[in-house]
Design a protein around this ligand. Structure first.
Ligand SMILES: Cc1ncc(COP(=O)(O)O)c(C=O)c1O
Length: 380
């Protein structure tokens, strides 16, 4: 269990200190919320205000996001990434049609048919092959061309890129641009699932504008929860025409929160003073530290580059067994037989947590026969 100790006696704690070592690397969602975000929620709690987004926090958010993205934007806070993606899917496929996604895309394989649900059955995700979780522009072009020959199939309407990807990689700005150009040339909308947009921007060292609309993104699911918010994400429109029916769809879908100020306050605190980037940079750095530490163990095999806050790795059996016996938790990735686990770092993962994980792994290195065999990952 993780225990936190308060660092000060003030009613709103702005700093918390973890006193026991982190062993749960299952997801970046295992962490709590950033103290700055919690403080903003408490501050927003004072007094009455207009419901359903008529409040000052939500109004202010439009300006804050316009500053952040150096552009006019329309922003709609929602409660989850799945809702953000589903709402986007419903808009970019209207009246009906296909969205090209990566074969590893969360929106395709891990949202229970969210795009279909949110669009009233009108959107269908069409997986494309990937290398390191990324779609190539040539594969998109080929898929659109082939779909033209199949008049009985749904028409292609959009592409959705996950940035950063599910396997800890990041599309370069040139890759995003070439995919967006290929999509727009074929009259497809470009959606970005930015559940970890912060981690991608931190990795790329670019501006949010460069990572989104300047590279051709029309609409972005902007993630916050995994990187320090309590429960808040935002749909950010760079193309106003696309947003026309959003307010109805969000309300109908139950994500027009009556006490919207609390979502908006989270998002405001999240982007204030670069908190979102500081958190993401830190989580990314912790994953690098994990990778460097594990790389010294014979038999360790990395399944993908570590460009954000995950390490996808096959561990030798004794190391895997030892870590599990010591209470460590990871999530399995891919086929069980491949033995790949995802080690997820978060904004609150400390260097000492990583060092303890690595030291434990080293302790079990070569302790039993078959040290160089990748472990079949067992479920949590
Ligand atoms: C890439 C990606 N997109 C979307 C989501 C969905 O977010 P939520 O769990 O808030 O619905 C996740 C969650 O893990 C994700 O990893």
């Amino acid at each position: 269990m993780i225990h936190f100790a308060a660092a000060s006696e003030s009613p709103v704690q702005t700093k918390e200190v973890r006193v026991s070592v982190k062993k749960n690397f299952y997801s970046d969602n295992v962490s709590g919320a950033a103290p700055e975000v919690l403080a903003a929620i408490v501050a927003a709690n004072a007094g009455d205000t207009a419901p359903y987004g008529g409040d000052l926090w939500t109004e202010r958010l439009q300006e804050r996001f316009a500053e952040l993205f150096e552009n006019e934007v329309e922003i709609y806070p929602v409660g989850t990434g799945t809702a953000a993606n589903g709402l986007c899917a419903s808009l970019i496929t209207a009246p009906y049609g296909g969205i090209y996604v990566s074969d590893a895309a969360h929106v395709h394989g891990s949202e229970c048919g969210g795009p279909e649900f949110w669009s009233g059955g009108n959107a269908r995700t069409v997986p494309l092959p990937t290398v390191d979780g990324k779609i190539a522009a040539a594969d998109l072009a080929r898929a659109v061309e082939e779909s033209g020959a199949r008049s009985a199939d749904v028409p292609p309407r959009a592409i959705s890129l996950t940035q950063a990807t599910e396997v800890s990689t990041v599309y370069t700005l040139a890759e995003v641009k070439s995919l967006a150009d290929a999509a727009h040339a074929r009259r497809l909308w470009v959606h970005m699932d930015g559940a970890r947009f912060a981690n991608a921007v931190a990795r790329l060292g670019c501006t949010p504008a460069e990572a989104s609309w300047k590279a051709g993104v029309d609409v972005l699911s902007f993630g916050a929860t995994k990187n320090g918010a309590l429960a808040a994400e935002a749909v950010v429109f760079f193309d106003r025409a696309l947003a026309e029916t959003m307010r109805y769809r969000r309300r109908r879908g139950g994500h027009l929160f009556s006490k919207m100020r609390f979502l908006s306050a989270q998002l405001e605190a999240f982007i204030a003073k670069d908190l979102w980037l500081r958190n993401a940079r830190h989580a990314n750095a912790m994953a690098q530290r994990v990778r460097e530490g594990l790389a010294r163990i014979p038999g360790v095999r990395f399944a993908s580059p570590t460009q954000i806050n995950f390490v996808l790795v096959a561990l030798p059996q004794p190391v895997w067994d030892g870590l599990v016996a010591e209470g460590y938790r990871f999530s399995r990735r891919g086929a069980l037989s491949e033995g790949i686990v995802r080690i997820a770092c978060a904004f609150d993962t400390r260097e000492e947590d990583v060092d303890a994980l690595v030291a434990t792994a080293h302790r079990y290195e070569g302790t039993r026969q078959g040290a160089d065999r990748a472990a079949p990952a067992t479920r949590r």
